[in-house]
Design a protein around this ligand. Structure first.
Ligand code: DQA
Length: 142
């Protein structure tokens, strides 16, 4: 696995100032830098996209068919209701891992459901920035 698409969903551009009691003060730039470091050490190339728009995330998943070996995704709130995002992941057939900064199963009931997880290899939730690094490691395991 040498090429990986990293997708960050809605509102994750606000990390650092967004609900720090829930998400901490880590920024999206911090997360991307940590992912780039880890990817570099593993000989992996990343393409990274954050979008607040469902269609942009879906387009990126479709385009990944041409070059990516896998997808690491934090779908944000789309996790809980976007059948379109779920169908896009299923349609391209690329291995995907879902990650969350917060422990979604310990939060409000509406966050306990992920419509994305069933089309992913697995889900990592609750470890902050480490969720992404664990997710990357999980994705590259054969
Ligand atoms: C999140 C959890 C979601 O429920 C929420 O809507 C987010 C962030 C997380 O990383 O913990 O935007 O995906």
């Amino acid at each position: 696995m040498t090429n990986i698409l990293i997708l960050h969903g809605p509102n994750l551009n606000l990390l650092g100032t967004r609900e720090p009691g829930v998400y901490g003060t880590v920024t999206l730039a911090d997360i991307n830098a940590a992912l780039e470091r880890e990817a570099g050490a593993r000989g992996i190339t990343l393409r990274v996209l954050q979008s607040n728009h469902e269609g942009a995330l879906i387009d990126a998943i479709h385009e990944a068919r041409g070059w990516a070996d896998g997808i690491l995704i934090n779908p944000g709130a789309f996790t809980h209701y976007s059948y379109a995002l779920r169908d896009a992941i299923a349609a391209v057939g690329l291995p995907a891992v879902e990650v969350h900064l917060s422990h979604i199963h310990a939060r409000e009931p509406f966050r306990h459901t992920s419509v994305i997880a069933p089309v992913c290899r697995g889900q990592i939730s609750g470890f902050g920035l480490q969720s992404y690094l664990l997710g990357l490691a999980a994705l590259v395991v054969d």
